[in-house]
Design a protein around this ligand. Structure first.
Ligand code: AMP
Ligand code: MG
Length: 331
């Protein structure tokens, strides 16, 4: 099996050279680790689909480091998209635009639109700059699995299947970017993320969330996604957890949720007493919940736990993105 080169963050140049030669390199972004390839090289793009086992009807997001790169990718940037770009780039927001003919059809799964993002992570930006090309970068996990939020998680899924991995720090946000389609009359959020619906509304006024019709326009949302090997079961509140957990509590399970109240430690102790074999993580904030979720899934899988209980949260702000991932993971 070919080996995947571990590349230190002082050697971004080596990673850029691999990308320029048509290879694949995983790298950190502020959302999750991305699996990079030259967006203008169809052979390099094919390698991404093979390494991830990604269905070919699931289009890729093109990443850029400077606005000047946009002209070669999209051929019409609407005023709506301009507003969003000015406000939230660089950052965890992907904008769907009309595609330029220079972008290979395999990038966009044959659609006449293309998804573009300018990340803010300094390592990602340096890599794209040094490569001097637009870079496709889907999440660096095997298709269907939880996204990788650390380089170790990338290696777990893709060792031997990709040319390199840039070994940067764990990601800041831990959930994939918000995707907004700006090609229609009205903007539509196709995927929720850290740039929340409220933040988008504050910038461009009313925006709707993907209906099933819009989801057909974002083919990726149709596929199995974010799933650990363990079964995911959702519960409402730590106080009502007991009815969903199996009894007796001998079976090792995972339990994750969020509680910012002063009774956090007390709840943790109570649960740990009642379920001594459980892996329990009670996050202090929604940010921490978002950032811990995929790592917790992978941790529970490494312990071969059969069930992970996840607390539901309010579907507002970042909570929408968390609920979206939880719902898909539990399907
Ligand atoms: P991932 O690469 O795992 O972050 O997934 C990329 C997401 O962006 C998927 O949900 C895709 O369906 C979505 N996407 C990429 N390109 C387009 C496009 N041209 N139109 C709509 N959605 C897109
Ligand atoms: Mg993905």
């Amino acid at each position: 099996m070919p080996t995947t080169k571990r590349i230190g963050i002082d050697h971004v140049k080596i990673a850029a050279e691999i990308l320029r030669q048509g290879g694949t390199v995983a790298f950190p972004t502020e959302t999750v680790y991305g699996l990079g390839a030259d967006a203008l090289n169809p052979e390099a793009i094919d390698k991404i689909f093979v390494a991830k086992g990604r269905p070919s009807d699931n289009p890729l997001i093109v990443h850029i480091a400077a606005l000047e790169q946009l002209d070669a990718i999209a051929h019409a940037v609407t005023p709506l998209a301009k507003n969003l770009i000015e406000r939230y780039w660089p950052g965890p927001l992907t904008v769907v635009l009309k595609k330029s003919p220079d972008i290979p059809a395999s990038v966009t799964a044959g659609l006449d639109t293309v998804a573009v993002r300018m990340p803010e992570d300094p390592i990602a930006i340096e890599l794209i700059r040094l490569t001097d090309r637009p870079i496709v970068a889907p999440s660096a996990n095997r298709s269907g699995r939880p996204s990788a939020t650390s380089w170790q998680a990338v290696v777990e899924d893709l060792d031997g299947l990709i040319d390199g991995v840039l070994c940067g720090p764990p990601t800041r946000i831990g959930l994939e970017s918000t995707v907004v389609d700006t090609t229609g009359k009205w903007p539509i959020i196709l995927r929720h993320g850290a740039i929340t619906q409220e933040m988008i509304q504050a910038c461009i006024g009313n925006v709707s969330t993907a209906t099933s019709d819009a989801q057909r326009r974002s083919p990726g949302t149709r596929h199995r996604h974010y799933q650990p090997r363990a079964r995911v079961v959702l519960f409402k509140d730590f106080l009502t957890l007991d009815p969903v957990l199996p009894d007796p509590a001998e079976i090792p399970v995972g339990i994750i949720g969020c509680r910012d109240d002063s009774d956090r430690a007390e709840i943790q102790n109570r649960l740990q007493k009642r379920y001594p074999h459980a892996e329990i993580k009670i996050c202090r904030s929604m940010d921490e919940y978002a950032n811990s979720l995929f790592e917790f899934f992978r941790h529970c899988d490494s312990l071969k736990l059969q069930t992970i209980f996840c607390q539901q949260v309010d579907s507002s702000g970042l909570g929408r993105a968390i609920m979206d991932r939880l719902t898909r993971a539990s399907q």
